[in-house]
Design a protein around this ligand. Structure first.
Ligand code: FMN
Length: 352
């Protein structure tokens, strides 16, 4: 059992946001565990020009300000996404704004893009090595709460951050910034993606652009997202962010808190929409499956439903960082058991 796993019960005695701050500080100070899952060529893939050592990544929101990127890479993730970053620093919503729903293995957050701003994160990101073979670093960008020009905000972030990112994620799906999810139309997305692409080109670095969507889209919304996936500057879709719905199955006292729900209850709805988007895009666009992954079986199900890569966050709260190695090694075994020579072969097999 690792030191991190031993510390987990003590960390859980703290309120969730303090626990998170302590974890990030410990990781930034180099106190995190090092767990490199056994390298398995089956798990490697190349997508939008990037080589991923494994398909298991850290989702946005854990290391918003890029304070602990090296430590997160050392946890054994195949890629790490920082952010969401906004052009100006902002403090986010009043506390408390992060809730553990322990009985449901879930989390509700209404953080509201608390972050130190793109410029400070750029300084930190400038230090990292992007050599081939290292886990790629994604940078997730958004808009300030008080901004009246959303497109200009995404553009400003891209201008600052593109040169330090292996890929950029356009986040239009957090439920805690008023109006953000209204940007999930083909029209808005085209404007944002064009502006982000142009900003990256201006800094001489065309970077892959992913779009992160909500699990709560209606049929029309799904169609619009599938349409934007065909945009030449869009390299992939991340499915999904947290949900504003509250399944009847929730038992925890905090289930009525406002914000986005993540963790186990999000697994089914986010996997269902992943499958539908895979079908709507005819499997032509790489999808990143996120939502409720807590085991190798969960990660494998996302892959079979159409995900080329997966990400997780909430399960780390309950299982600690050892989970990354458990999922990665378990995924290797599942691919081997079912006779797949590579993870790529397994992508979308349940949709065919
Ligand atoms: C506390 C918290 C903060 C988050 N912040 C962000 C964020 O800033 N940007 C973003 O795109 N997603 C954010 N997310 C959503 C996650 O990246 C992920 O999409 C979602 O939690 C579903 O995955 P999970 O069930 O494995 O947690 C956040 C999630 C949590 C729990």
């Amino acid at each position: 059992m690792s030191l991190a796993r031993l510390a987990l019960p003590a960390i859980r005695l703290l309120d969730p946001e303090t626990a998170h701050r302590v974890t990030i500080r410990a990781l930034a100070l180099g106190l995190g565990p090092r767990s490199q899952p056994a390298r398995d060529p089956r798990l490697e893939s190349t997508l939008f020009g990037l080589r991923f050592p494994t398909p298991v990544g850290l989702a946005a929101g854990f290391d918003k300000d890029a304070e602990a990127v090296s430590a997160c890479r050392n946890l054994g993730f195949g890629f790490v996404e920082v952010g969401t970053l906004t052009p100006k620093p902002q403090s986010g919503n009043p506390k408390p704004r992060l809730f553990r729903l322990s009985d449901d293995r879930a989390v509700i957050n209404r953080m509201g893009f608390n972050n130190g701003g793109a410029a400070r994160a750029a300084e930190r990101l400038a230090r990292f090595d992007h050599a081939d073979g290292l886990p790629p670093i994604g940078v997730n960008i958004g808009k300030n709460k008080d901004s009246e020009d959303a497109v200009a905000d995404y553009e400003a972030c891209a201008e600052r951050l593109a040169c330090f990112a292996d890929y950029l994620t356009v986040n239009v799906s957090s439920p805690n910034t008023p109006g953000l999810r209204d940007l999930q139309t083909a029209d808005w997305l085209a404007q944002i993606v064009n502006a982000v692409h142009a900003a990256a080109i201006r800094t001489n670095v065309a970077k892959p652009i992913l779009v992160k969507v909500a699990p709560d889209l209606d049929e029309q919304g799904e169609e619009e997202v599938a349409a934007i996936a065909k945009h030449e500057a869009v390299s992939g879709i991340i499915v999904s962010n947290t949900t504003i719905t509250r399944p009847d199955s929730l038992r925890s006292r905090q289930r009525g808190e406002a914000g986005g729900l993540s963790g186990a209850p999000l697994f089914r709805p986010s996997t269902d929409i992943l499958k539908r988007l895979y079908q709507r895009t005819d499997g032509t666009v790489p999808l990143v499956g996120v939502g409720g992954i807590a085991s190798a079986e969960d990660a494998y199900e996302k892959i079979r439903a159409g995900a080329s890569l997966v990400q997780l966050y909430s399960a780390l709260v309950y299982h600690g960082p050892d989970l990354v190695g458990v999922i990665t090694n378990g995924l290797s075994e599942l691919l081997k058991r079912d006779g797949f020579a590579s993870v790529t072969e397994a992508v979308g097999v349940d949709c065919r």
